[in-house]
Design a protein around this ligand. Structure first.
Ligand code: KIV
Ligand code: NA
Length: 264
């Protein structure tokens, strides 16, 4: 299978072909997504929530994320693997951003990095790109800024539309190869997608983005509790796994497992 590269994503936009991106956090799930033909995998800082159990993405560190990247890269040899830069590891300066991005490339063996923000991180994006590292931007609702955005809210409504468009243009001009738009009104996301030459990746941003992304546990039904309005559940992995664990425990209790055929 051909390895997905940044220019393939650009070619798909030009051809009008939509593509799917998923998060991944370990070798085993990445291998499944490789088999499913998912071209782009994101080792999201959403690992803070789904791997480490934090309430927000704010506390996760570089050292908590890099080992996950290494596992995903090994599991999905033909995917383009994008690594999220954690909160507090790129905002201070372009130099700080490049140093962090370099760690994800060298120690994590990622193929690209992603960071949150539009105009405010344009210098960071330009610096990282100038070093030969592809950057995916992330605008609209940016979870690392949940405390200034007033909670999990749709962005770009009313006066916010102008800022969202300015952010989209700023990241493209800074050299980003793609941009995630999270929780943005569908019409506005469509307008931005037509305006930009780089592919847009929507999450809660309607049908007119060039690509879509979801957290895999949300998509596969491996989360408990309530999920966001923009999530569609394509499977019941959580139920499957719970049933398997219960069946296993039952059979151990009753002595049905291990049987003759599992013994030496
Ligand atoms: O961390 C993450 O999972 C993300 C995507 C949902 C865009 O940033
Ligand atoms: Na993220």
């Amino acid at each position: 299978k051909r390895k997905t590269r940044v220019h393939h994503l650009q070619a798909m936009k030009t051809a009008g072909d939509r593509w799917a991106m998923l998060t991944a956090y370990d070798y085993s799930s990445a291998k499944i997504f490789e088999e499913a033909g998912i071209p782009v995998l994101l080792v999201g800082d959403s690992a803070a929530n789904v791997v480490y159990g934090y309430d927000t993405t704010v506390p996760i560190s570089i050292d908590e994320l890099i080992p996950l990247v290494r596992g995903v890269v090994r599991g999905a040899p033909s995917a383009l693997v994008v690594a999220d830069l954690p909160f507090g590891t790129y905002e201070s300066s372009p130099e700080q951003a490049l140093a962090t991005a370099t760690r994800f490339m060298k120690e994590g063996q990622a193929h690209a990095v992603k960071l949150e923000g539009g105009e405010r991180v344009a210098d960071q994006i330009a610096k990282i790109v100038s070093a030969g590292i592809p950057v995916m931007a992330h605008i609209g609702f940016t979870p690392q800024s949940v405390n200034t955005l007033g909670g999990f809210r749709v962005q770009g409504r009313g006066d916010g539309a102008e800022q969202l468009i300015a952010d989209a243009i700023a990241v493209q001009e800074a050299g980003a190869f793609s941009v995630v738009m999270e929780m943005v009104p569908a019409d506005l996301a469509g307008q931005v997608s037509r305006k930009l030459t780089i592919p847009t990746v929507g999450i809660g941003a309607g049908r007119e983005c060039d690509a879509q992304v979801l957290v895999w546990q949300d998509m596969a039904g491996y989360t408990s509790g309530k999920t966001a309005k923009f999530v569609k559940k394509f499977g019941n992995v959580g139920d499957e796994l719970r049933n398997a664990a219960m069946a296993y425990a039952d059979e151990v209790r009753t002595g049905a497992f291990p049987a003759e055929e599992h013994s030496f």
